[in-house]
Structure formats: structure tokens, C-alpha cells
Design a protein around this ligand. Structure first.
Ligand SMILES: C[S@@+](CC[C@H](N)C(=O)[O-])C[C@H]1O[C@@H](n2cnc3c(N)ncnc32)[C@H](O)[C@@H]1O
Length: 275
């Protein structure tokens, strides 16, 4: 498994090998508009599954961090090492991030925070606490992961910031769009996990647009524990195939003393490709 340049809750690092066999061949450009840690793009680059990459995210500072990784991974590693050197510095970095929105501060917060999980308050401030049991990946290991990501993507990757429908507007019939939106369960109700929320209606509108343009698309959607519980269904007219992927042990269930496997839906819309 590739090491992670940006540890991120919801990363597809473990599932990437199960998703990759559903890529059409060939793929000119792989679009990953809900990039987070861009695990799918890194896997595809490592295994020669696409020629070029477009990585996008609505979280501005995360997109900026990716830009820095492509430009100068050593500088990103140095910035992390400087913050990591002070094990009690988390709150000061968080306060500074909320004032200045420095992408290097976000990187450190993501690595040190509980479950590597981005959480923002209703005011838009990063609000997640430090994980007091772990100090965060050692700077040397992170440096190696950053350099590896840089090598895999540099010269053939464009970083975009914004809503996924905008950042995939130029995807064409020879490309592949891989979508990993926040789950519906985290976009409504109390657990508003991500900075940007995504209603199912918007997701469907975006999918219809890709279908009309003949762009092959893969969609990770809805995770749940235990094979019995049904994942979210999507309308039949999208004509996709829904697969259930075994995502391994659920850390939440393990914490609660239950031994449950998490399943994740992968919708395959590669039949939309028109050339
Ligand atoms: C489930 S995570 C993706 C994790 C990713 N697959 C990985 O391997 O790390 C969803 C990401 O989508 C971003 N996001 C949320 N709403 C978005 C939107 N409307 N357009 C683009 N990105 C969005 C969030 O900031 C978050 O980074």
C-alpha cells in the first residue's frame, strides 16, 4: 500500500485496489473532484491506469496543500517537521489556522487530530481536537510519502479548487471521473462532517450531466456495517451497476467491541463512455 502524504478520514487507500479493476481502458485523464487525500489518483498513477490527473476539492486550503506538494514536497515536509517538534503546539496551530488559513497548518492539524477527521464549526473554524494518544506520523516517514506523491503526479496533474460540477466541466469521453462525495448521512442532520455539504439532488444532477456528455464515471457511495443493511439506491435511469465492496473492519465498530465488516457501494457507470 502507498504511504499517505495527507492522512485523511474516508481515504480510499485501502479500497483503491478493489475499485481500480473497474476503470475503463484507456483513461486519458482521471478526474478526482472530491479528492481529499487523492488516494485513487495516487493508486492509478502508481499502476499506470491514467495518463493525466485532475485533483479537485471544495476545501480551498486542501487544494492549496496539493499545489504545494506538486511544487515543493521538501518544503511541505519541513513545515510539518517544524510543527511536529512541539508536541504541545496543537491548539496554537489551530488558532493560527483559523486566523490565517495556512495550508501547512491544515496539514499538521489533519495529521494530529482525532481520526484525521476534518471538522469545521458553523462559523467555519477548524474545530477538531488533538488525538492525545498519538503524536502524528514521524516527519521522516511523511517526507518519504510526500516525495513519492510528488514523483507520481508531478508534470501530469492539475489541481483545482471548487465544487465538483465545476471542476469536471471539461471531462470528455476519453476520461474517467471518480466520485467520492461525503455520504448522505454526513451531509444532513447533526453530523455535518465536511466543509461543503452535498445534497443528493445535486449529486443526481451532476451524474446526469456526465451521462449526457458520455463520460465514464465511478461513484463510491454509502458505507454501512454488516451485509444486511441496504445502501442508498440511485435511480434506475442512470443505468449503473452497483457493487458492494468489502472495506474491511469498521474502526467505529471495533471501538464498540463489535467485529463488523464495512461494505461500501461502488456504482459503475463506465457504460456511459461514448468513444
Ligand atoms: C469522502 S472525502 C474524499 C476522500 C478521498 N476519496 C480520499 O481518498 O481521501 C470527500 C471530500 O470532498 C470534499 N467536498 C465536499 N463537498 C464537495 C463539493 N461539493 N465539491 C468538491 N469537493 C467537495 C470534502 O472537502 C472532502 O475532502
Amino acid at each position: 500500500m502507498l504511504s499517505q502524504p495527507i492522512p485523511y478520514q474516508g481515504s480510499k487507500r485501502r479500497l483503491a485496489p478493489a475499485i481500480a479493476p473497474h476503470f475503463p481502458v484507456p483513461v486519458a485523464t482521471l478526474y478526482e473532484p472530491f479528492a481529499g487525500s487523492a488516494a485513487m489518483s495516487l493508486f492509478a498513477a502508481r499502476h499506470g491506469l491514467a495518463d493525466r490527473f485532475v485533483i479537485g476539492d471544495a476545501l480551498v486550503e486542501l487544494a492549496e496543500l496539493w499545489t504545494e506538494i506538486l511544487k515543493n514536497p521538501q518544503a511541505v515536509a519541513d513545515a510539518y517537521a517544524a510543527r511536529w517538534a512541539d508536541p504541545d503546539g496543537y491548539l496554537a496551530v489551530r488558532q493560527r489556522f483559523n486566523r490565517t488559513r495556512d495550508p501547512f497548518d491544515l496539514h499538521y492539524l489533519l495529521i494530529r487530530c482525532v481520526k484525521n477527521a476534518v471538522r469545521f464549526s458553523s462559523r467555519g473554524d477548524f474545530s477538531q481536537s488533538a488525538d492525545l494518544r498519538r503524536r502524528g506520523v514521524h516527519p521522516d516517514r511523511l517526507r518519504a510519502a510526500l516525495c513519492q506523491a510528488h514523483q507520481l503526479l508531478t508534470g501530469r496533474c492539475e489541481i483545482r479548487v471548487g465544487d465538483w460540477r465545476q471542476t469536471t466541466l471539461d471531462a470528455a469521453a476519453t476520461d474517467l471521473v471518480y466520485l467520492d462525495p461525503p455520504y448522505l448521512g454526513t451531509t444532513v442532520g447533526a453530523d455535518r462532517r465536511y466543509a461543503q455539504q452535498l445534497a443528493q439532488s445535486e449529486l443526481l444532477a451532476g451524474l446526469h450531466s456526465l451521462q449526457l456528455r458520455g463520460v465514464a464515471t465511478l461513484l463510491s457511495y454509502d458505507g454501512h456495517t454488516g451485509p444486511g443493511r441496504l445502501a442508498q439506491e440511485l435511480p434506475a435511469e442512470l443505468a449503473g451497476t452497483r457493487l458492494l465492496l468489502d472495506a474491511g473492519r469498521s474502526s467505529q465498530a471495533t471501538l464498540l467491541g463489535r467485529d463488523e465488516i464495512t461494505f461500501e457501494s461502488l456504482y459503475v457507470f463506465t457504460n456511459w463512455r461514448t468513444s
